[in-house]
Ligand binder design. Structure first.
Ligand SMILES: NC(=O)c1ccc[n+]([C@@H]2O[C@H](COP(=O)([O-])OP(=O)(O)OC[C@H]3O[C@@H](n4cnc5c(N)ncnc54)[C@H](OP(=O)(O)O)[C@@H]3O)[C@@H](O)[C@H]2O)c1
Length: 346
C-alpha cells in the first residue's frame, strides 16, 4: 500500500547537533543490524521503517555485513527506499560501514583502501544510492597503517560517495590518532559509533567521551538497550522470537542472576519515573546532552513507538542518577571490546 508519511513527524523528536558540524541527528536513530535479513518478512521491515520515519527518526544505520546473509539488510533497505521512501532522500540520513568479514580472500575485511573503497561501491549499489550520508570504518585494523584507512575514508568523501565520515569502536587513543590524520587530510571526523548502555560503560572509563567532547565530534551509541536486556522482556523467562533465543550476537551467558538483579532494580526506578525500562535506558545514554543519538534496533514497530516515548522525559535528578549508578555496572556484554583493543590494555 502507498505510504503517506505522518505530517506531524517532526513535532515530537528532538534533533541534536552532531559535534561541531552542521548536521543534526534525531536523538533516537534506527539500526538494521538484526531483523532485516532474508530470514524476516519484508512487510515487517517496511512497517518498522515507516513507523520510525513517522515518529521523526530520520537516521537509518546500516553496514555491508548486516543480514543474514551479509548484504541483505542493505538490499531490503534499498527496496524500502524505492517503494516507501521515494522522494524522501533529502529528509534521510543513511549510513553504512565496512570493516568486518564481507567476502572471501584478503581484500574482504578490515581497513585497507582496497577493501573500503570496493565495499562502499557495493553498498551504494545494493541500496540503489548515489551517496551515503555517513560512511564508517567499522573497526580499527591493527595491521593496516591508520593513515591508509583514513585516506580511504577521505577519498570516499572526495569522490562524492559519502558526505561525512565516521569511525566505530575505536578506543580513545586510536580515535585521537584518526582525528589528527583526518584533520590533516582536510576531511573532519563527524561522528564516533561506540557501544554504550547502563550495563556497558566502557566509553566513560576509556576516556572516549572526553576525547569526543574535546575534538567536537558527535557520538551515536549502539545497543543502548543492551540488545534487549534493558527492557522487561527477560525478567521472567526467555520469550520465543526474542534475540536471546536466536543465540547469535546475544550470548546465553548474558542472562545471569547478577544481571537480572540489576535489571529488576533498574526497572523499579523506571516505573517510579513513569517510563518503561527501555525508555529509561535510552534517556540515560542521552542524559546531559553528551551523546548525540541513541542507536536502537527493533523487531516490531511497537518497539519503535515505545522507544520514541523516551523523548518525553530525558531529565534525571542527581538522586536518580546516583541510585541508577548502583545498578548500572558492567554486565560483561561488550562483545566489541576486542575491536576497541580494550582487552589489549591500550
Ligand atoms: N558499529 C557496530 O559495531 C555496531 C554493533 C552493533 C550494533 N550496531 C548498530 O546499532 C543498532 C542497534 O543495535 P541493537 O539492535 O543491539 O540495539 P538495542 O536497541 O540495544 O537492541 C535492540 C533489541 O532490543 C529489543 N527491543 C527494542 N525495543 C524494545 C522495546 N521497546 N521493548 C522490548 N524490547 C525492545 C528488540 O529485541 P528482540 O529482537 O528480542 O525483540 C531489539 O531487536 C544496530 O542495528 C546497528 O545499526 C553497530
Amino acid at each position: 500500500m502507498y505510504y503517506n508519511p505522518n505530517p506531524d513527524r517532526y513535532q515530537k523528536m528532538e534533533y541534536r547537533r552532531c559535534g561541531h558540524s552542521g548536521l543534526k541527528l534525531p536523538a533516537i536513530s534506527l539500526g538494521l543490524w538484526h531483523n532485516f535479513g532474508d530470514d524476516k518478512p519484508h512487510h515487517i521491515k517496511q512497517q518498522i521503517c515507516r513507523t520510525a520515519f513517522d515518529h521523526g527518526i530520520t537516521h537509518f544505520d546500516l553496514a555491508n555485513n548486516y543480514g543474514p546473509p551479509p548484504g541483505s539488510a542493505e538490499l531490503a533497505f534499498g527496496r524500502i527506499l524505492k517503494e516507501d521512501f521515494a522522494g524522501l532522500r533529502d529528509e534521510l540520513i543513511i549510513s553504512s560501514k565496512a570493516g568486518y568479514d564481507m567476502w572471501p580472500g584478503p581484500y574482504g575485511e578490515w581497513g585497507s583502501k582496497k577493501y573500503l573503497i570496493a565495499s562502499c561501491d557495493q553498498s551504494l549499489k545494493r541500496m540503489g544510492l548515489e551517496y551515503v550520508d555517513i560512511f564508517y570504518s567499522h573497526r580499527f585494523d591493527p595491521e593496516t597503517p591508520l593513515e591508509e584507512t583514513m585516506q580511504a575514508l577521505d577519498q570516499i568523501v572526495r569522490s562524492g560517495k559519502a558526505l561525512y565520515i565516521g569511525i566505530s569502536s575505536y578506543n580513545s587513543v586510536r580515535t585521537k590518532e584518526a582525528v589528527s590524520i583526518l584533520k590533516e587530510l582536510g576531511t573532519p571526523c563527524l561522528i564516533h559509533q561506540p557501544s554504550y548502555s547502563m550495563l556497558n560503560r566502557w566509553i566513560e572509563d576509556d576516556g572516549l567521551l572526553d576525547t569526543l567532547d574535546e575534538h567536537g565530534i558527535g557520538s551515536i551509541v549502539f545497543s543502548p538497550l543492551a540488545q534487549g536486556m534493558l527492557t522487561t522482556k527477560y525478567l521472567n523467562d526467555i520469550p520465543e522470537g526474542s534475540r536471546a533465543k536466536e543465540k547469535k550476537s546475544f550470548r546465553p551467558s548474558f542472562i545471569n542472576a547478577d544481571n537480572l538483579q540489576k535489571i529488576k532494580a533498574l526497572n523499579t526506578i523506571a516505573e517510579r519515573r513513569g517510563q518503561t525500562l527501555a525508555q529509561m535506558a535510552i534517556a540515560w545514554v542521552l542524559r546531559k546532552g553528551r551523546v548525540t543519538s541513541a542507536l536502537i534496533g527493533a523487531s516490531k514497530p511497537e518497539q519503535v513507538i515505545d522507544c520514541v516515548g523516551a523523548i518525553a522525559n530525558l531529565d534525571f535528578s542527581d538522586v536518580e542518577l546516583e541510585e541508577i549508578n548502583r545498578y548500572a555496572t558492567d554486565g560483561g556484554l561488550n562483545i566489541w571490546a576486542k575491536s576497541a583493543e580494550l582487552d589489549a590494555g591500550t
